[in-house]
Design a protein around this ligand. Sequence first.
Ligand SMILES: [Zn+2]
Length: 147
Amino acid sequence: MSEYETHVKPLYDRDGNLHGVLLSPEIWEKAGKKISEILDQAQDKQPTSEIHQEPIEDWETFKDYWDFKYPFNPGVTCNACGAKSENWEEDTPRVFHLKNASLSGLLVFHCEKCGSTVRKKHFKDHVCLEATKPSGESCEPECIYPE
Ligand SMILES: [Zn+2]
């Protein structure tokens, strides 16, 4: 048995299909941290860099300076494909990515499901949701009048 084989053992099920790979404690000690990072990356469909590009500071400012007449609501709906989120920041995996947040009341999201651009416009007493499909076609805007 080679050095490599003592530390890295492929495990086969009874039909001879690879079931997994067993790592020795010694090799895990040495390489576990690096391997974990690679595994995390392999499982993460959305590169973290993309998430970091979200204007989260603008979003925080937007929430901090909330002065509309109705309560703040973090929900987003895509009228192009029907994707819906009660709180876009907390979805796993995320359905909406923030592209722009402006103190004037405009939030721009990217819908991961259909690729549309979703705009959530906050007015004094109502909110309008608009979606533009990747083809450039605009969907019927939806306006909500909170109580
Ligand atoms: Zn969509």
